[in-house]
Design a protein. Structure first.
Length: 360
């Protein structure tokens, strides 16, 4: 595939995962500028990307700090040269402690916790390995996934981290995942701000107890604008804004869709046509994809290896190509092994998607 560099899209076999670099540049610029204007660090979520080459590209565009959901993603990030990584999740169990300690010796590494047992396990592993790990307490702002209640429960964990060898208390994470796609913007803002007030009040409580809180982080692509610049918050941690998808774009039209799947028409009938990629190449967990640039052509079904597109009569012939915009960028990146980075209709780079299909 490396021989494709400089070639037009026609040179690619299908299905092919495409990343439009000009759109990515515009998306990055928007949040980089907002971060600079509002005095907040923009940490980019790698669970949406999973591709080391893309992480390097983003870092070269002025956003060098990343978070991720899983240890394997942190390892890929470190391999790509990223030096500041937050695993925005709990890392639990003896199988992972050695890998975590190895990584903590190589990069500035942080994890989230929400339970004393996890703190004790991390402390034993890090001190035994001679490593130091940064730890953030995850605060549940209403998403009801991981995290502890704001206030005293978070303070108790911060105190425990502070007295645990091998660990360093680095702050708080409060991710308002339940609000990302709320359609009513006024309701979204009010609920997001309500959560941030609880998060920052927790910060004040820990500060008052004599423990410095260097990092307070939260938000995703849907709530970035309420969180960036909120007094007491130091970072935002969105991911989907880089690539976007046809569902998230309805909520956050300020970001463009950079990710598409290039497909070939393999069958044409009087009222529909069929493309050569299905749910094994285009995630359908958030709904049907869109045909890029052809709003009248409606995707009505994805089976494993086929996308059915209805329109009457189909303005295509066998062998024609269409780009499809997935409904969920993160899950689609997880289905492919490589990405073709495109600019002005030509292949500029081909990157492996090292963390796709990995959950460890
Ligand atoms: C902990 C955490 N932070 C931030 C995000 C932001 O993601 P996005 O920008 O894709 O909405 C997510 C998404 O799942 C998350 O789990």
């Amino acid at each position: 595939m490396h021989s494709l560099i400089g070639q037009p899209l026609d040179a690619l076999d299908t299905p092919a995962l495409l990343l439009d670099l000009d759109v990515i540049d515009a998306n990055l610029k928007r949040l980089r500028q907002a971060g600079a204007d509002r005095g907040v660090n923009v940490r980019v979520h790698f669970k949406s990307l999973k591709c080391g080459g893309l992480a390097r590209y983003i870092a070269s565009r002025g956003l060098p700090t990343f978070l991720c959901a899983k240890l394997n993603e942190a390892e890929v990030l470190a391999g790509a040269g990223v030096a500041d990584i937050l695993i925005a999740n709990q890392v639990v169990g003896p199988h992972k402690m050695g890998r975590l300690a190895d990584l903590a010796r190589r990069v500035q590494l942080r994890v989230c916790v929400d339970h004393p047992d996890n703190i004790d396990q991390l402390s034993r592993a890090m001190s035994g390995a001679g490593a130091t790990l940064g730890v953030l307490v995850e605060v549940d702002l209403g998403m009801a996934r991981c995290g502890v209640e704001p206030g005293d429960p978070a303070l108790a964990l911060a105190q425990r981290i502070q007295r645990s060898p091998g660990l360093r208390f680095d702050g708080l994470q409060g991710y308002d995942g339940h609000l990302q796609m709320l359609p009513d913007k006024a309701e979204q803002r009010a609920k997001s701000v309500g959560g941030l007030e609880q998060l920052v009040a927790t910060r004040r409580l820990i500060d008052k107890a004599g423990i410095p809180v260097p990092i307070v982080t939260g938000a995703g692509t849907g709530t970035w604008e309420y969180t960036a610049g909120f007094p007491g918050v130091t970072e935002i941690q969105p991911g989907s804004f880089v690539l976007m998808d046809c569902v998230y774009r309805q909520h956050r039209p300020e970001f463009g869709c950079a990710l598409s799947i290039l497909c070939t028409v393999i069958s044409v009938r009087p009222r529909w046509y069929t493309l050569d990629a299905g749910s094994k190449a285009i995630s359908k967990d958030f709904g049907m994809p869109e045909v890029k640039g052809f709003g009248d052509e409606k995707v009505t079904r994805l089976s494993e290896e086929h996308t059915k597109v209805e329109c009457e009569p189909p303005p295509v012939k066998i062998g024609d190509r269409r780009e499809v915009l997935p409904a969920h960028c993160c899950a689609t990146m997880n289905l492919h092994r490589q990405a073709a980075a495109i600019r002005n209709g030509k292949v500029e780079a081909v990157w492996p998607i090292e963390a796709s299909g990995r959950y460890d």
